[in-house]
Ligand binder design. Sequence first.
Ligand code: PGA
Length: 253
Amino acid sequence: MNKGLRKTVIAGNWKMNKTRAEAAELIKQLAVDGDKADVVICVPYTNLQTAAEAVGGSSVKIGAQNVHYEKSGAFTGEISADMLKEIGVEYVIIGHSERRQYFGETDETVNRRTRAALNAGLIPIVCIGELLDEREANITEEVLSRQTKLGLAGFTADEIKKIIIAYEPVWAIGTGKTATAAQAGEACGFIRGVIAKIHGKDVADAVTIQYGGSMNAKNAAELLAQEDVDGGLIGGASLIAEDFGTIINAAQG
Ligand code: PGA
């Protein structure tokens, strides 16, 4: 039982929601105390500065939802890791399934973005997960193995320990259809096994692996109790202060 070796991280993924004024209001409502879980809110780019100011001295950390892999240059519309770092961002979601589905994200670009984030001192939250077709075709493990190996190729053991992985079955995102606690636990355990084969058990035991996909105030405690589930990446429920607070408290047992 190695759960105690890892940090529990509860991260809200606001996606493309909230104006600056609404963001400041929601953050004001977030009541976070206790220290068993690290709490992060990943807000739209335009809200990063507002959010960094609004969390003030609290323990809530700020994350972005994407980052470009180059340091600077002719990449219209993109944002670099150094730009994020400068305004107080500490985490960044990489390879979310919505980016893979709508914006051409691949395991290769996930790998490059993760490299850029680590180089700048940001903590990457790398998302992986199978489609419904893939689960039904019984190839979930193949998909998770490929995404883990390609997404995290070329990093040292020390770098791997800094990366958070979010297991998000695509069929459970925004659908209200949650993986069962057993399915979530099994998949997160499998991903840990893939890392163990490459980097050894000590490294694998140190990596925080979150579950994401319709996690909410009701199901969080059971999901988070799983041995290999070290936190959550929460979309819809992170936009409701009370529900997000309940999830944070569930992580704190
Ligand atoms: P959801 O989203 O909680 O709304 O399903 C999770 C995510 O996309 O990270």
